[in-house]
Design a protein around this ligand. Structure first.
Ligand SMILES: [Zn+2]
Length: 283
């Protein structure tokens, strides 16, 4: 794709806002026209060596006791993004940012003991499907790892790691983080931050994600609102570049539901295992 800008930075804009954003590739605006001719083949049977890319969002972790961010009672209804989840907030008041993430990290550590049937089903797909299965998660919890997944990309980082703002060294992290902590590589005090992507920052490992998307045969979107770019644009990328079969699994149809070849709606712990069982049943 050369140096074309495929992935704009994460923003808090709505899908509608983003459709008017010039940063997006032009084909995303055309996606509705392209997709209107597509069918809903529930009897879809992938080739035995088909590669899967599975995008997951907060909806898959909800049944493990973790709140979503964007629902009416989600985290962003209680805490202002600009106070805790931007580089500017960290520069202005690092203690407040650490306090918020310390709380989140503790909560996520508890939840990690409780991967649900959807996480476990995806690990089973990775183990039993002959082709490659790559999970790209927007979640900063470690529930996919706890469920047994290995080929996993945390595009928004993960709570269980810290990054040095000085030397960029990344280290596993448990417990609270404060401005008193010293980077053990460069020795700088006060520079450690949560290894999560804040608003206004570029998601992680986009090259690896792009390569997986452009080479996949099946794209599955699970428990994600479809509101946050670049993830919301993945379905358009796979349909444009590799004509992948696309599936939405969510509690209810998202704003972008019409863009998928098939959709199944209900709790993640029901629709994800059912989908995985169906796919493995084609072997
Ligand atoms: Zn350092």
């Amino acid at each position: 794709m050369g140096d074309r800008q495929i992935f704009p930075v994460q923003t808090n804009k709505t899908l509608t806002d983003n459709l008017a954003t010039p940063l997006l590739p032009r084909y995303i605006k055309r996606s509705k026209t392209i997709l209107s001719a597509r069918t809903m083949p529930e009897s879809f049977s992938p080739e035995k060596n088909a590669s899967f890319v599975v995008l997951t969002g907060a909806g898959i972790s909800q049944e493990s006791g973790l709140e979503t961010f964007r629902d009416p009672d989600g985290i962003w209804s209680k805490v202002r993004i600009e106070d805790v989840a931007t580089p500017e907030a960290f520069a202005r008041n690092p203690d407040a940012v650490h306090s918020f993430y310390n709380m989140r990290r503790a909560r996520h550590k508890l939840a990690t003991a409780n991967p649900n049937a959807a996480h476990v089903a995806l690990a089973r797909l990775e183990t039993e499907w002959p082709g490659e299965v790559t999970i790209v998660t927007q979640n900063v919890d470690s529930l996919h790892e706890a469920g047994g997944s290995q080929n996993l990309i945390h595009m928004h980082g993960v709570h269980s790691m810290a990054r040095c703002t000085g030397c960029q060294h990344i280290v596993d992290w448990e417990g609270d983080m404060t401005t008193a902590h010293v980077c053990h590589v460069c020795g700088e005090p006060g520079g450690l931050r949560p290894h999560v992507v804040w608003f206004g920052e570029m998601p992680l490992e986009l090259d690896r994600i792009q390569a997986a998307l452009m080479d996949c045969d099946v794209f599955v979107s699970i428990g994600t609102s479809g509101n946050v770019y670049p993830a919301a644009g993945f379905v358009s990328i796979v349909q444009k570049t590799c004509r992948a079969h696309t599936v939405e699994l969510n509690l209810e149809p998202t704003l972008g539901a019409a863009n998928f070849d098939e959709g199944h709606y209900g709790p993640a712990t029901e629709v994800v295992p059912a989908f995985v069982t169906r796919i493995l049943g084609t072997l």
